[in-house]
Design a protein around this ligand. Structure first.
Ligand SMILES: NC(=O)c1ccc[n+]([C@@H]2O[C@H](COP(=O)([O-])OP(=O)(O)OC[C@H]3O[C@@H](n4cnc5c(N)ncnc54)[C@H](O)[C@@H]3O)[C@@H](O)[C@H]2O)c1
Length: 448
């Protein structure tokens, strides 16, 4: 029987459902449609479903034409789960955030599994792509379906875990050319999973279990978190020593082996680096293991917004100004360069921290026209000479490529650059994160 499923994948007759059409799910659904599968996208957001059905994208890396080429041809998008009764392959790409108490929130996966069980009526391959702790696929999908439906994995249904590695705004690596790690609940599950991914990804990396695949993904992002924390800690040290950390990094980066470059920032953001390591340390505690590196890195990275706010207060005070009532313009509110994603954005936290301290805060971001702050909607300000001259301090946080930095330098009294984007510009009104000099002479705050 299982051969039928494998064959339907190999000859692209399998109907595929992608559940959760966000940054991860939508590119996969489009890629599968482009290689010839009939794909059903399911998302609980009526707004997203409506937009896609109108041929409109809501993800920066995906253009309206990409949607238009497949929508209602071989990509069908809806909010209703009942289509699952006609589906051969289910790929789950729903969010895995943290609860308020900073614990894994797997309720989105549980909700999807409830719906799969409701409509499960034939042999299916289920693949989880959401990032989560080792053991999730087994505990939340395989064991639940076996118990509630009385089925056997590897015989009646098939389960794999294949972590997503998408890097928003990365023009070089997309779904097709990013190697894909995959682990199966059984050998047969892995075999069928490989058949699926081979049809639309160049390089497949099979591993011996779903747990290994889950841990590999968390290791990748923990590696980033720890190295970012290291550079952020050295940045604070360089500020005290009066050394320019960016110059230090440039020099160290010339080593042709054994060194990988990470840069300082006002804090980590997005749906991955601030969250994924916490999934791992949470699970490790169940085994009585305490991941000290993860806790330390999280502590340093999560405190960077407060460090930046303290620096802002010192910079203003060097000009005999006080944070309270100062006009501060944040440039780049998204969590990183050239994306429109605000999730876990350090700039957003800095915005609120500055407001709490009585500053008058505005922002400019070409990718984020507005955001909700409690009851209020805050709108991006135009970057004009008239606006800039009224501001006490401009803080550059996300260094988007399409911003006129020369305009900022020419028209602002004071700039705090947390990304070294002004590296190639001259101006004696710029203070650099990690290039700051603690000196009684206020001029020594500025880069030469
Ligand atoms: N964004 C990234 O760069 C990235 C990279 C690698 C891995 N991941 C992981 O992939 C997963 C998804 O992340 P994302 O960035 O795509 O999230 P996202 O918020 O952009 O998209 C998730 C989508 O799922 C939908 N959804 C939520 N519950 C649903 C349900 N029960 N049924 C159907 N749809 C539902 C939401 O409406 C949303 O459109 C997370 O586990 C994340 O950690 C994300």
């Amino acid at each position: 029987m299982d051969l039928m499923l494998e064959n339907s994948i190999l000859n692209k007759h399998a109907n595929i459902a992608v559940i959760g059409l966000g940054y991860v799910g939508l590119p996969i659904a489009i890629r599968l449609s482009n290689v010839g599968f009939k794909v059903f996208g399911i998302d609980i957001s009526e707004e997203k479903v409506h937009r896609l059905n109108s041929g409109k994208s809501y993800i920066i890396d995906i253009h309206d034409e990409d949607i238009d080429a497949v929508i209602n041809k071989n990509l069908y998008v809806e909010s209703d789960y009942s289509i699952l009764s006609d589906i051969d392959v289910i790929i789950i790409c729903v969010p895995t955030p943290l609860t308020e108490a900073k614990q894994p929130d797997v309720s989105y996966i549980n909700n999807v599994v409830d719906n799969i069980i409701k409509y499960l009526s034939r042999e299916v391959l289920i693949v989880l792509e959401s990032t989560t702790y080792p053991g999730s696929t087994e505990e939340l999908i395989t064991a639940v379906i076996e118990k509630r439906k009385g089925l056997t994995v590897g015989k009646d249904f098939f389960v794999c875990y294949s972590p997503e590695r998408v890097d928003p705004s990365n023009k070089k690596y997309e779904v097709k050319n990013t190697p894909k790690v995959i682990g199966g609940a059984t050998n047969k599950c892995l075999e069928i999973g490989i058949a699926l991914y081979k049809s639309f990804v160049d390089t497949i990396v099979p591993v011996s279990s779903t747990q290994v695949a889950e841990l590999a993904k968390l290791f990748e992002n923990t590696f980033r978190s720890v190295n970012i924390a290291l550079v952020n800690e050295l940045t604070q040290m360089a500020d005290r020593m009066g050394l320019n950390i960016w110059e230090v990094i440039d020099a160290a980066s010339t080593k042709p082996f054994g060194f990988m470059t990470f840069y300082p920032s006002a804090g980590v953001g997005g749906h991955c680096i601030p969250i994924d390591p916490i999934y791992l340390s949470w699970k490790a505690k169940v085994f009585n293991h305490y991941n000290r590196f993860i806790e330390l890195a999280t502590d340093i990275n999560m405190n960077m917004p407060r460090y930046v706010v303290n620096q802002i207060a010192e910079i203003l005070s060097s000009e005999n100004k006080c944070l309270n009532k100062s006009n501060i313009l944040i440039v780049g509110i998204a969590y990183k360069k050239d994306v429109d994603d605000l999730r876990e954005s350090a700039a957003l936290e800095i915005f609120h921290l500055l407001q709490e301290k009585g500053a008058e805060v505005t922002y400019h971001d070409p990718y984020v026209s507005n955001f909700k702050s409690g009851e209020n909607t805050i709108f991006s300000q135009e970057l004009t000479k008239a606006n800039l001259v009224q501001v006490d301090l401009v803080v550059i946080i996300a260094d988007h490529s399409n911003i006129d930095y020369q305009l900022i330098i020419d028209n602002s009294g004071l700039i705090y650059d947390t990304r070294n984007i002004t590296k190639n510009y001259r101006g004696n009104n710029i203070v650099l994160l990690g290039g700051y000099r603690k000196d009684n002479n206020k001029k020594a705050f500025f880069k030469e």
